[in-house]
Design a protein around this ligand. Sequence first.
Ligand code: PML
Ligand code: MG
Length: 249
Amino acid sequence: MRAALGGPHEEGGKHISGGEHLSSKADMQVKAVELIDKAFSHTQGEPTFFQMTIDKVEEHLQAIKPLSVSTIDATDAAQGRKLARSLLADHGISDEVIKKAMNLLESSNDNRGALIINAKTGERLDERKEKGVRVSHLYWEKENFEQWCKQKELVVNQRMKEALTLATKVCSHPLTIAELCWSDDPDYITGYVASAAKGYQRITKVKEYGDEAGGRLFFVNDDQSIDSYIHYLEKIPVSIGTEENYELN
Ligand code: PML
Ligand code: MG
């Protein structure tokens, strides 16, 4: 689903909301209504353009355990960005590459998907322009997520659920070194650095309220073709959760 104000995104409409579900056929209608509700109750206003597509998924579903979650408090956006840089540096990414890539996020307010960045050079590897790469075909059943949060003593947060589901899929691919994300939503200032090595590290403040620039950077090894990487991100269905809950419902 994607929704915008003032026309379709490709005709200059302002992005309001996006989302998706991976579900069984039996659950399809309920999930479609959830996406309509999401788009039409967004804090950024009511969209004038709304589009939803339903694809039949035939690939085998991969099951993955969620990344572990930790939260670091930042007093302001400048400290949060500094923390983000140091968490990325923990993965062996140079300061120069981090700065180059962060500039891309700071100056973008129309990247709908992620930008794939060569972790050695800071060069962008996908050729999707402002469209970016949209991670898709991912799923974490609501009750299982809530139970998991309780077990881990985490506050249930829908935003975190969606971001953690996505980060877990992205970081389970061997090409990913780390992901950096903060929201393009001017009302949401928490961001994160995620990786298979260090988990999902939330930073409470990485931007100021009112700032509409945001998005995702995937830092990757440059030693393989990224075509199969993009295929995995966009097309391979992945279910996140604890072992007993990998089946779709
Ligand atoms: C969180 O852990 O609170 C989510 C942070 C990223 C949100 C990204 C988004 O919703 O656009
Ligand atoms: Mg958003």
